[in-house]
Design a protein around this ligand. Structure first.
Ligand code: TXA
Ligand code: MG
Length: 358
């Protein structure tokens, strides 16, 4: 059998014939990866049990983790929810189309398979002409998680989707790199109260200028957004966080490095994921700077691509610097925190020193 190459399945979304093909695959209960402004999604007709089943299967996603439903109009969203409180309507009008997902009680029409049996459904109106054309072409909302293997870094390009899912998807629509680069902000609306389930593409401060938001207490109660589980968005390579501001950390690193030398223990092959520009970094085999000037939008846009690039080098360790905890920095830090599973950079290097020294 001739292996199917990416050329046959990654098609330019700008060509109407390719868009028509994507629509016909979705109508035939297939699955199509497509760009949104945040990351690429793996889409299925929300009303097709067969296609939704395949989304879970292709992603190796546990069935308890519900999907976000993508709509092409406010009215379509309203049809999926039992009731839309005034605060939700305000948020929709202010931030849609855009990277904000709202979770509200669902109507019976929304299949339980999509919501993993939850009585609520997460819905968003993406700010991407390609995504909107696809939803309108199908004539139904599209349920779509990020188009990556469950637990791995989300894809922001068509080739990243292919790297992860390859031939298991029926088609990848290529719309170029995703503009925002981190997933949507998820808010649960209870009566007139908004609860933050995941920081994302709309900064919390921007939402708070419009409506008060309750920040979720870490580890409290049931897991509201299973994607908020630890060890999510993670590369295969061990990723650890700098536990201090960069200057102080670099001093520690210098000392730890000298101890490795004294004990004649090989220094690990490490990569640095830096938030902004850094000077000479002799300890790292590779340095990825998210934004030379420290611009949060640019950093978010480049985040997942930079993680994937370092991951492809098969290093022993990726050390990641957190962004300032404001604006899109909250989403960046959330993803880095999950990808590291809370691992500290200094701890990693000292533990290795101990292990190798015995
Ligand atoms: O930007 C995005 O949101 C991207 C693009 C493709 O739209 N999608 C995305 O989907 O990030 P996914 O499946 O990777 O993450 C969706 C998160 C998961 O953590 C899931 O648990 C949560 O949304 N979620 C979905 N439905 C929910 C619900 N009814 N209640 C609480 N959390 C929900
Ligand atoms: Mg995801």
């Amino acid at each position: 059998m001739v292996p199917i190459s990416s050329k046959d399945k990654i098609l330019n979304a700008g060509d109407p014939a390719n868009m028509a093909k994507a629509v016909s695959i979705l109508r035939g209960e297939g699955v199509v990866a497509f760009p949104t402004e945040t990351v690429y999604g793996l889409g299925a007709d929300v009303f097709s049990a067969k296609a939704i089943g395949r989304v879970f299967e292709v992603k190796k996603r546990p069935s308890f983790d519900p999907l976000i439903v993508h709509v092409s109009s406010l009215e379509e969203a309203q049809g999926l929810w039992k009731e839309v409180p005034p605060v939700a309507l305000d948020l929709m009008k202010r931030f849609w189309p855009g990277p904000l997902t709202l979770v509200l009680p669902k109507t019976d029409e929304v299949p339980d398979l999509v919501t993993s049996g939850l009585p609520t459904v997460a819905v968003r109106l993406p700010d991407s002409p390609i995504a909107l054309e696809l939803i309108r072409g199908l004539g139904h909302p599209i349920a779509a998680p990020s188009a990556n293997i469950f637990g791995y870094t989300s894809p922001t390009t068509a080739s990243a989707v292919w790297e992860d899912l390859g031939d298991h998807v029926d088609l990848v629509l290529d719309g170029g790199p995703a503009r925002v680069g981190v997933e949507s902000t998820i808010l649960k609306v209870e009566k007139n109260r908004c609860i933050l389930l995941r920081p994302g593409g709309v900064p919390l401060e921007t939402i708070e200028a419009c409506a008060p938001v309750v920040r979720k207490k870490e580890g409290a109660g049931v897991c509201e957004a299973p994607g908020s589980l630890q060890a999510h968005y993670a590369p295969w390579t061990a990723l650890a966080l700098l536990d201090k501001p960069f200057g102080d950390f670099a001093k520690d690193l210098g000392e730890i490095f000298r101890t490795y030398e004294q004990k004649e223990i090989p220094w690990p092959r490490a990569g640095l994921l830096a938030f902004d520009a850094k000077g000479d970094m002799p300890w790292f085999e590779s340095v990825e700077v998210l934004s030379e000037s420290g611009n949060l939008h640019e950093a978010a846009h480049r985040l997942f691509g930079a993680i994937r690039k370092l991951d492809r080098m098969h290093l022993d360790l990726i050390l990641a610097e957190r962004a300032p905890d404001e604006g899109l920095g909250m989403a960046i830090n959330d993803r880095l925190g999950k990808a590291s599973g809370g691992r500290s950079g200094t701890r990693f290097l000292l533990d290795r020193l101990k292990q190798e020294g015995t």
